[in-house]
Design a protein around this ligand. Structure first.
Ligand code: HEC
Ligand code: HEC
Length: 271
């Protein structure tokens, strides 16, 4: 064998050995530890901190701003302190609340007790609300979190804060969603759908949202390319009969590539 060939084979072997070593020999870099969960130490909280917690939940875990935003699909809540009094005196009011705090609580967990005119599910003549019960299903707010959001809404709408900070609350395990960045990868399409609250607007994975297209058979209608684009750039093409700008256009940055493909595969499989 000539020298050149020997050298060539030797270096190929070396490269191969190194590739093998780097695949199996170098210990995997440990994934960063999950972000330290924020303890809800309610006992030590001032009302300002409790209101700030409500603010965070309203804009994060609660998914409230998916609908309560400038798009006009749900009423704005910045004057709800005053508005609530009008609701209670409205002849259409069906609920049991007697003050602002109770009205807010009822609106969160029994949205159909009073449906703001023009905002009901279509065809129900404003008797059924499209808003989900925020204590159940995909949102799952605890009593303490609900109280914090009530305090927040009372605060921003300039009414007196009447809630008291609950003290005897079981630990809920913090809110994973609001901080972004350090989120652990989601392992299934269902987990992604739950985490991102798709079910607030879509019928999918057992959820019953009504503000976007029914996705229970979407795979029979749409291919993967269309679905991927619908997730990454929802306003590129608007499904017939639905409003532009409703579907959040932030999933492209929030989902990892792997999560996106898992979700696309799942949706494409819903025939
Ligand atoms: C899927 C969309 C959606 C989500 C998510 C949602 N809402 Fe609503 N909400 C609505 C719609 C639509 C209405 C108006 C119909 C009605 O009165 O129930 C409404 C009504 C309300 C009302 C009564 C407003 C009034 O003027 O009387 C309150 C209070 C409220 N929402 C708070 C919240 C809070 C707090 C959250 C988050 C924890 C939330 N909503 C999440 C759609 C939504
Ligand atoms: C705030 C409401 C809202 C949320 C939250 C939301 N969507 Fe949508 N979505 C819509 C609306 C409205 C449309 C129709 C308008 C459009 O095409 O942009 C839509 C369209 C779609 C379509 C295209 C359907 C078709 O007929 O081609 C897909 C797929 C979809 N959404 C999936 C999702 C998934 C998955 C999530 C969660 C990661 C999600 N959506 C979250 C409101 C929402």
């Amino acid at each position: 064998m000539n020298n050149f060939l020997k050298v060539a084979i030797f270096s190929l072997l070396m490269v191969g050995a190194f590739a093998g070593y780097s695949n199996f020999g170098i210990p995997q870099i440990e994934p960063a530890p999950p972000p330290v969960e924020e303890k809800l130490d309610l006992g030590a909280m001032t009302m300002d901190q409790f209101v700030a917690l409500g603010d965070k939940i309203f804009h994060g875990k609660g998914t409230c701003t998916l609908c309560h935003n400038e798009m006009g699909r749900a009423p704005m809540l910045d004057k709800i302190g005053t508005v609530a009094h009008e609701r209670l005196g409205d002849p259409r009011y069906q609920g049991e609340a007697t003050n602002v705090e109770e009205y807010l609580h009822e609106s969160f967990v029994k949205p159909s007790a009073f449906v703001v005119a023009g905002f009901g599910k279509s065809g129900t003549n404003d008797t059924e609300s499209p808003m989900p019960d925020v204590s159940g299903g995909g949102i799952g707010m605890s009593d303490a979190e609900i109280a914090a959001v009530i305090a927040y809404l009372q605060d921003i709408s300039g009414s007196d804060i009447t809630v008291s900070i609950p003290t005897d609350v079981p630990e809920e395990g913090g809110d994973e969603e609001s901080e972004g960045g350090g989120r652990a990868p989601l392992e299934s399409a269902e987990a992604i759908i739950a985490e991102f609250g798709c079910g607030a607007c879509h019928k999918v994975a057992g959820e019953t949202g009504e503000m976007g297209p029914d996705l229970t058979h979407i795979g029979a209608l749409r291919g993967k390319d269309h679905l991927r684009r619908a997730l990454l750039d929802p306003n590129a093409e608007i499904s017939e009969g639905f409003m532009e700008g409703m579907m959040p256009d932030t999933y492209g940055t929030q989902l990892s590539g792997k999560e996106l493909e898992m979700l696309v595969d799942y949706l494409a499989g819903l025939k």
